[in-house]
Design a protein around this ligand. Structure first.
Ligand SMILES: Cc1cc2nc3c(=O)[nH]c(=O)nc-3n(C[C@H](O)[C@H](O)[C@H](O)COP(=O)(O)OP(=O)(O)OC[C@H]3O[C@@H](n4cnc5c(N)ncnc54)[C@H](O)[C@@H]3O)c2cc1C
Length: 812
């Protein structure tokens, strides 16, 4: 066994084998995989191993397409062909029109990735899968690439190819400890000896948290028991003359595929069970949980109703094994938060289908620092401090019970809520707030007209449309108050803070005391990494001169890692998170200054406190920090308040606001207003797949600035080559539904763009969207068609800020 290597991958299931193989493909040959028992001895060996191309966003579709292409290549390898039934086709069924809308949206989205799904009616579902009944069935989504693979052969083939490229695989090698050194390298301790390495990868399956504990972290991953059974031979399958397409059924929560001349049927029962919460026996390997078919009778009845042939078919094998879940159903693939040189590929609940793609994107991140797709939807840093195995178990149960029922726009399911709140949460609830969830924070979405107001889940504008419109109107005409909790805020102190920030941001960094600026961070490839507000707080009795770095709520771990990893040893820079200690109250509207002046001493005039200023003050008697910034496009102030005095400040503002028509507003109104201004959202519109020129951020780039900012040379090169895509604002000629992120823009049969955000603009009376489109089309007046849940609707490129294009109001 080697005693030094570049990377050690821990775990020989599909996750580890795929990572090892792809590391060699990305150019690293000195890599090792260690497995405590035999390859596939965790969950992988007994997987149903279905491989679908279905995904709910473009990254998932892209990585699954990679799996399929790779598996086909392995199937066709003349030396070691892997058993892979590709192209049996699969149907996701439904009996509701709103789910059909969802399927139509996913078809629109996948087309942009070169993948064709078909939305078919009930009769066509039955024509393709003659075993099903059309009772209580509306139709389904057809994925022609669906199939299944032999898991053991797949892992053997991947490691075989990796070995050929120089990698080594050590079986019966149990990792027992991990030590990180000052230079961030690692020693991996095993029962066979130690291995020194630069990078470690946790691919430990359901033992993820045993390995995590060795590096002092805990991942939000929990395991569920999951069962399928194999039937005896079914004559109708034997005689069909073709393979039977797969089924996934959200009506009665089961899936099914052909296995030899019978069926494999898997269940997602309501009476489901977590597994391994109190530890896992070291002897549990190549093992299964006890059968428990009684638990699945609820869903079994539904499966029999859908496939009557099951009623007269015997069962010959039952498989019940542990399967891992995270908080939102997607795995954790990428850097481990708070750690250097440590990555994970864990929480895979569909690891056979996705594993090829996840290993690919992880290897790209390890070797190149970033993958070719934006990987935020699988990034381990997308959950922050509130997440633990207890919370994950609650979400895992909820997710398991809803396995094939995707989330609708604005849907936030109840399990594990509330997780993060402020002293105002119950106060706002009493005011009638409907809450949305942002990185665990309960944030006001809008104020409900009555307690039992529950809009229907839909891809169309819902019943809250006019309520949000009224909130926007009051902000536009009077003044609104909105709590923005969880907004990420770091305090950066030290003499070198601006030198450091100059290196982190691609534009000019505001340095003057009392002034605020907006900036963009790039990665080493010159692509958009992050967005932050920089506020320079002067020295005073609350502290030394310092910077407040403000970014999206979900960016907390991501930005902290990115910043701390770039502070140089000799630099006088300290970064402290205030995210959980302070909350923002946004005051927005033409009367905002009057309200602020009524409750805070000092001169708040345009001259004394112009747009992009910051000042420490008291709201009533409570300390606060006010920033003159606006996300709504109206005159607005962000009032940052320590949570201890949040309620006091709220009461003071409400009392002062009474004379000026103040009303509460929520996140939906904010989202609508920001779209009228051309303001972007991190990870909706700001993606690592595009550079700042492509993202229409040229005014924030200073290629000629003195500081050698991260990504400068790469950006210069990219800029010289010209954009591959351009972010634009669009008017959508439809009044019934917004454009949904991921949907395709078409000219004829060609996809010419992809939507990133969409919402109604109440102040301009337009249905608005942002999209990346082909550069030749990126000019005002260009027309195309949006595939909006299967309907083609006209879309026209418009000015980026249709409301108050000269930005007068926010500077007023
Ligand atoms: C019943 C069932 C049906 C399924 N059906 C499908 C399906 O149809 N399609 C699909 O895509 N997915 C399916 N899945 C899920 C899929 O099987 C898993 O997502 C996948 O196998 C997980 O692979 P993994 O590599 O992450 O974990 P594992 O296969 O569990 O591999 C982890 C490995 O790490 C090793 N290890 C752990 N700790 C250490 C240590 N300290 N030192 C060294 N090695 C260690 C373990 O021994 C193990 O081999 C199913 C799962 C179940 C349970």
């Amino acid at each position: 066994m080697k005693s030094t290597t570049r990377a050690v991958v821990i775990g020989g299931g599909i996750a580890g084998c795929s990572t090892l193989y792809h590391l060699t493909q990305e150019g690293w040959s000195d890599v090792v995989l260690v497995e405590r028992d035999e390859l596939t001895s965790g969950t992988t060996w007994h997987s149903a191993a279905q491989v679908t191309n279905f995904g709910m966003n473009q990254t998932m579709v892209g990585l699954k397409s990679h799996s399929i292409a790779l598996y086909k290549d392995l199937r066709d390898d003349p030396d070691y062909p892997v058993g892979y039934n590709h192209g049996d086709g699969g149907i996701r069924l439904t009996n509701t029109e709103v789910q059909m809308d969802g399927y139509r949206h996913f078809a629109s989205m996948a087309r942009g990735m070169g993948v064709d799904y078909e939305v078919i009616d009930a009769a066509e579902c039955q024509r393709r899968n003659p075993l099903i009944s059309t009772d209580n069935l509306l139709g389904g989504l057809w994925d022609g690439e669906d199939g299944h693979i032999d898991p053991a052969q797949l892992c053997a083939a991947l490691t075989r190819r990796a070995r050929k490229a120089g990698a080594e695989v050590y079986r019966k090698t149990d990792v027992t400890g991990l030590t990180q050194h000052k230079d961030h390298s690692w020693t991996v301790h095993t029962n066979q000896g130690d291995i020194d390495c630069e990078i470690v990868v946790n691919a430990g399956g359901y033992r993820v948290n045993e390995i995590a504990a060795m590096m002092g972290v805990q991942h939000p991953v929990a395991s569920m028991e999951h069962q399928y059974f194999l039937t005896e031979e079914i004559p109708a399958i034997k005689d069909a003359g073709h393979r039977i397409p797969l089924l996934r059924c959200p009506i009665s929560d089961y899936y099914c595929r052909q296995e030899k001349n019978g069926l494999l049927i898997g269940f997602y029962e309501q009476d489901c069970k977590t597994w391994g919460m109190d530890g896992i026996s070291p002897d549990f390997t190549m093992d299964l949980c006890p059968d428990d078919l009684d638990r699945v009778t609820d869903v079994l009845e539904g499966a029999i109703a859908r496939m009557p042939v099951l009623a007269e078919t015997g069962i010959h094998t039952i498989v019940n094994g542990p399967i891992t879940y995270t908080i939102d159903g997607a795995p954790l693939v990428g850097p481990i938060p708070g750690k250097r040189n440590a990555f994970c590929i864990i929480g895979l609940r569909a690891g056979l289908g996705e594993g090829g793609g996840h290993g690919w994107l992880l290897a790209q991140q390890i070797v190149h620092g970033e993958a070719q797709y934006d990987t935020w939807c699988i990034d381990p840093r997308r959950f922050t401090g509130h997440t633990n195995v207890e919370l994950t178990a609650l979400k895992a149960i909820e997710d398991y019970q809803n396995e094939f029922r995707f989330h609708f726009p604005h849907e936030h399911r109840p399990a594990g809520r509330p997780a993060k709140t402020t002293p105002l949460t119950p106060v706002l609830a009493a005011e009638g707030a409907e809450f949305t969830v942002v990185n665990g924070w309960e944030r006001v979405d809008y104020i409900k007209p009555r307690p039992d107001f529950h809009p229907t889940l839909s891809f169309n504008f819902d019943e809250a449309f006019d309520i949000v419109g009224a909130e926007v109107k009051n902000v536009q005409e009077n003044v609104g108050l909105c709590e923005v909790n969880g907004f990420n805020r770091f305090e950066i102190t030290g003499a070198d803070r601006h030198i450091f920030l100059d290196r982190m941001f691609c534009g000019n960094v505001t340095k003057r005391d009392g002034r605020v600026g907006l900036g963009y961070m790039l990665n080493d490839h010159g692509m958009v990494k992050g967005e932050a507000t920089i506020a320079n707080l002067p020295e005073g009795d609350r502290g030394p001169a310092r910077v407040w770095f403000g970014s999206a709520a979900a960016a907390e771990f991501h930005d902290m890692d990115w910043l701390t990893q770039h502070v140089r040893d000799h630099e006088d820079v300290e970064i402290k998170s205030l995210t959980n200690d302070q909350t923002i109250l946004v005051l927005a509207g033409p009367n905002a200054r009057k309200v602020l002046s009524a409750c805070a001493r000092g001169d708040w005039s345009k001259q004394a406190f112009p747009w992009l200023s910051v000042r420490e003050c008291f709201i009533g008697f409570s300390p606060a920090t006010v920033l003159g910034v606006s996300f709504s496009g109206e005159l607005a102030y962000e009032i940052h308040v320590p949570n201890a005095s949040l309620y006091a400040v709220y009461l003071t503002l409400r009392a002062a606001g009474e004379a000026y028509g103040m009303k509460l507003f929520g996140a939906r109104a904010v989202d609508s207003m920001r779209m009228e201004k051309g303001f972007l959202h991190w990870k909706a519109d700001l993606l690592t797949e595009f550079d700042p020129y492509e993202t229409a951020l040229e005014r924030f780039v200073k290629l000629d600035k003195e500081a050698d900012f991260i990504g400068k040379e790469a950006l210069r090169k990219r800029h010289a080559e010209g954009p591959r895509s351009k972010l634009v604002s669009l008017r959508i000629d439809a009044t019934h539904a917004p454009a949904h992120g991921g949907a395709s823009l078409m000219q004829g049969n060609a996809v010419v763009g992809t939507i990133t955000s969409g919402d109604w603009g109440y102040r301009v009376g337009m249905n608005l969207a942002y999209a990346f489109v082909e550069p030749t089309l990126a000019k005002e007046g260009s027309t195309m068609e949006l595939d909006l849940c299967g309907d083609r609707v006209p879309a026209t490129i418009i000015t980026p800020s249709p409301y108050d294009p000269s930005y007068e109001l926010m500077r007023s």
